[in-house]
Design a protein around this ligand. Structure first.
Ligand code: GYE
Length: 325
């Protein structure tokens, strides 16, 4: 079942989906505060900082006892954190998986311990979908498509000329990197004049975005017309590299990126970034609602998606004061 965040509440109040999930959940003793163990990816981006703040604030507000672990972008740290949550017998385990594969064993351990698992932000590829009860997060393929559609329009405005694109990918093996690449490629394939000439990971960080963009500029120089960055932080790092190479970001090289963080809006106001595709990190309140529903034995949606927009540079100054992250 696919739901938007707005429609989620109605469904949580409905009846009977827990049986479909297949994990028998022990009832919580009345008045005992809910304990959630949360394993976060790391602190690699502005998006992630906002996501962590949202989860911590929502837990406080809901009176949830949150055990928070930062994995520093390493899967092995997440596996350790999940095992430790199992040993501590938390009520719910939630995590944002660094990469998509390699989770079957540890999630089977959680299931054997009868601890429900909720995925936030990023998805996993597992052989048995009953290993998690719900996945709350954005549609990353659609975000990639939105970036691609923006570029088709930009190309029209440029008179339909051929455009050479360089791509800064997110973390290798992560759902947002794989899906944002796929969605973008699907759309630009409809215009043979749009070509990706270089594509490499910048691991979702500013420092690596800058470093990889420097390498692209060294080998391709003025051949580059467009940068597609899988997140705003890498775009912001790349902007610095472009300026240091004596070129104008947003003009000599058009830049499209994803997230919609404050730093991206500031770059757009300065004319250095052309568009950001929104990816909403404020998942905390929804996570708390789903976790509470699960332990109360109420039905929850297997998939909760988030509604998001596209913000081109010409609306940036107006929208910036209203941004919450
Ligand atoms: O786009 C990026 C972060 O998983 C959606 O992770 C998230 C991505 C986000 O590092 O900035």
């Amino acid at each position: 079942m696919t739901l938007t965040r707005r429609s989620f509440l109605g469904v949580a109040a409905g009846a009977g989906a827990l049986a479909a999930v297949g994990v028998p959940i022990p009832a919580l003793a009345a008045n005992k505060p809910l304990t959630i163990g949360f394993s976060q990816v790391g602190a690699e981006s502005e998006w992630r900082t906002a996501n962590t703040a949202s989860i911590k604030a929502a837990a406080r507000q809901a009176g949830v006892n949150l055990k928070f672990a930062d994995a520093q972008q390493r899967q092995e740290n997440q596996v350790k954190a999940i095992r430790s949550f199992i040993a501590q017998r938390v009520d719910v385990i939630a995590f944002s998986p660094v990469v998509e594969t390699g989770w079957d064993t540890v999630l089977r351990e959680a299931k054997a311990a009868k601890i429900p698992v909720i995925l936030t932000d990023r998805s996993v590829k597992v052989s048995d979908p009953s290993l998690y009860v719900s996945f709350i997060g954005s549609d990353f393929v659609e975000e990639g498509r939105r970036a691609g559609r923006w570029l088709l329009e930009y190309d029209k405005q440029m008179g339909g000329k051929p455009l050479n694109i360089v791509e800064l990918q997110g973390t290798v093996g992560s759902a947002p990197a794989t899906d944002r690449k796929t969605g973008f490629a699907e759309i630009i394939a409809t215009n043979p004049k749009l070509k990706i000439i270089r594509s490499q990971t910048g691991d979702f960080t500013r420092a690596k975005g800058k470093e990889v963009m420097e390498a692209f500029l060294k080998s391709e120089g003025k051949n580059i017309n467009v940068l597609y960055a899988h997140n705003d932080d890498m775009a912001i790092g790349a902007i610095q590299a472009i300026e240091e190479a004596g070129l104008k970001p947003g003009k000599d090289i058009a830049i499209v990126s994803i997230d919609g963080v404050r730093g991206a809006f500031q770059a757009m106001v300065q004319g250095k970034l052309n568009v950001t595709i929104e990816c909403n990190p404020l998942l905390g309140p929804t996570l708390m609602q789903i976790a509470q529903a699960v332990v109360a034995g109420k039905p929850v949606a297997k998939r909760v998606t988030i509604e998001e927009g596209v913000f081109p540079a010409d609306v940036a100054a107006k929208v910036l004061p209203t941004r919450k992250y």
